[in-house]
Write a protein that binds this ligand. Structure first.
Ligand SMILES: NC(=O)C1=CN([C@@H]2O[C@H](COP(=O)(O)OP(=O)(O)OC[C@H]3O[C@@H](n4cnc5c(N)ncnc54)[C@H](OP(=O)(O)O)[C@@H]3O)[C@@H](O)[C@H]2O)[C@@H](O)CC1
Ligand SMILES: [K+]
Length: 488
């Protein structure tokens, strides 16, 4: 598991440690860790050309100490001092180690093997100001970049990027991850994130991200029967969309449901039965549906409502009927559009509800602009979890899962290949199955996102000796079992 803490918690933990340790200890631990990663990336340190971008705070100081360590090992290190001042002791160390300070305040024209970004770290506030922003724009496009603690321009607490930001290949971060390294847009500026342990004693994390080794997908035991494994009900498909139903049901089956019950109009039921004879199907009337109709479908332990359902009165009745049950309900796609009209009051229920919007759907649910959702994903996913008293999974390049009172879970397995029609239906079937197996809602949603991303990666890159290939939602669905095999 990777853990991220807010700047406030990092500073409190740092303060507590500093009271116990000789001055400068934490900074030297941080800068030695940074120098070690730089040396590893360079391979051979001697005679390499390293450029430091040094801001006026302690982030710049870390960078000067690390640059000094590299200079001692024979690297040719040049520092651009971008702030009005620089940390005196760090600058003295850097110079004594053979580091050189650039004459001007711009990026020197010479060849560079590695850039270390030490403009701002957790002390950064708002969009990068000049002259820092100009330095970032002037970076040579092909040089390797290592960010010290946080890529400058990325808000450490939120991942928001208000202007220019350093695009790093690796971010070496100290003590704990920062939320902005796990949440887009910031996460996509961070590259690989390497954690240097500096001995901080930290409280509960604000954002967490599971590795595949952390996954605990349900596995059948000798005691299992189909009800213990989980029976998931799917309410999907309508006059306009039929594929969504086929994908959601197929995904639920591939994710290990004990049974999938599927209910829809006759034409959609026919299609699903042809493709998935394993599913148990029910034809529902065209109008006037309520909870009693769902009870007649049979016993389920979770409902998935929404993929391809349409947004008419029938769709609304079905979503309300599912919400009137006392089992977990996952609302997706058209179900979310219906819910946006019904409002948060529709989710006043005892059993858990999981919502799986993309940014556009969340914008409708919250009455916000899509661009604002994308710029402030962490804020909005938390707001939605509060407003709707639900577990909210916000899809995107880094999918986030929020539930009131718990750390936000970020998923790291996403891939741009997943941006294809129907992949959302696959995710809802997968998450619905995990819910029906009794997983707590946030864990079910996050595990589903993780496996979904893995499945997409497996489908898009089946052979490590060759490049990736485009994928369809169907490919993702059929790779779900392979994704399960990667979990412990
Ligand atoms: N805490 C820990 O546990 C440890 C912390 N450590 C290290 O300390 C770092 C934090 O250092 P820090 O507090 O000195 O802040 P830092 O990130 O250097 O930024 C402050 C400078 O940036 C400037 N500035 C701000 N916003 C700006 C903008 N938008 N655009 C332009 N400039 C902007 C601001 O200028 P000002 O606003 O004051 O004019 C000021 O000069 C942390 O990231 C880690 O590397 C480790 O050594 C050990 C353990
Ligand atoms: K930085």
């Amino acid at each position: 598991m990777r853990y991220a803490h807010t700047v406030e918690k990092v500073r409190a933990a740092e303060g507590a440690q500093m009271a116990l340790l000789p001055e400068g200890t934490l900074m030297r631990r941080a800068s030695t860790g940074l120098a070690t990663v730089c040396a590893r990336l360079l391979g051979r340190v001697y005679a390499t050309r390293v450029l430091l971008l040094v801001g006026g705070g302690d982030n710049g100081a870390d960078t000067l100490y690390a640059g000094g360590e590299l200079a001692r090992r024979g690297a040719r290190v040049t520092a651009v001092l971008a702030g009005s001042g620089a940390h005196e002791a760090a600058l003295a160390f850097f110079r004594a180690a053979g580091g050189r300070v650039a004459d001007g305040a711009g990026v020197p024209e010479s060849e560079i093997d590695l850039v270390i970004d030490g403009l701002v770290g957790i002390g950064g506030r708002g969009a990068l100001r000049e002259p820092y922003a100009a330095l970032v724009r002037a970076l040579p496009p092909h040089a390797a970049v290592i960010a010290c603690d946080v890529p400058s321009g990325v808000d450490a607490d939120t991942g928001e990027v208000g202007g220019e930001a350093v695009s790093a290949d690796v971010t070496v971060t100290f003590g704990t991850l920062k939320p902005g390294l796990l949440v887009d847009p910031g996460a996509s500026f961070a590259g690989l994130v390497e954690l240097v342990d500096i001995g901080l004693d930290l409280p509960e994390a604000d954002v967490v991200a599971a590795t595949t080794a952390d996954l605990r997908p349900p596995r059948p035991t000798v005691e299992s029967d189909k009800y213990r494994r989980g029976v998931v009900g799917v309410l999907a498909g309508g006059d306009s969309y039929t594929g969504a139903a086929v994908l959601a049901v197929g995904s639920a089956l591939h994710a290990g449901a004990g049974m999938v019950r599927f209910a829809s109009t006759e034409g959609v039921v026919d299609l699903v039965r042809q493709r998935w004879p394993e599913a148990v199907t029910t034809v529902l009337d065209a109008t006037g549906l309520d909870r009693a109709d769902l009870d007649r479908v049979g016993r389920v332990q979770a409902w998935v409502a929404g993929p391809g359902l349409g947004t008419d009165a029938r769709a609304r009745d079905l979503v309300l009927a599912a919400l009137a049950t006392d089992v977990p309900v996952l609302v997706d796609a058209d179900g979310l559009t219906v819910l946006a009209e019904l409002g948060p009051g529709a989710l006043d229920r005892a059993a858990p509800t999981v919502l799986t919007p993309h940014a556009g759907e969340l914008a409708r649910l919250l009455g916000a602009e899509r661009s604002d959702i994308e710029a402030r994903r962490l804020h909005h996913v938390r707001l939605a979890a509060e407003t709707f008293a639900a577990t909210v999974l916000l899809k995107g390049s880094t999918t986030l899962v929020a539930t009131r009172g718990e750390p936000v879970r970020a998923n790291l397995t996403g891939t741009p290949w997943l941006a294809a029609a129907g992949t959302g239906d696959v995710l809802s079937g997968l998450a619905g199955t995990l819910l029906s197996a009794g997983m707590p809602p946030a864990e079910a949603a996050a595990t589903a996102a993780h496996l979904h991303g893995l499945a997409a990666r497996i489908a898009a890159h089946p052979d490590p000796r060759s490049g990736p290939n485009p994928i369809t939602a169907w490919d993702v669905l059929t790779a779900i079992p392979a994704a399960f095999r990667q979990a412990p």
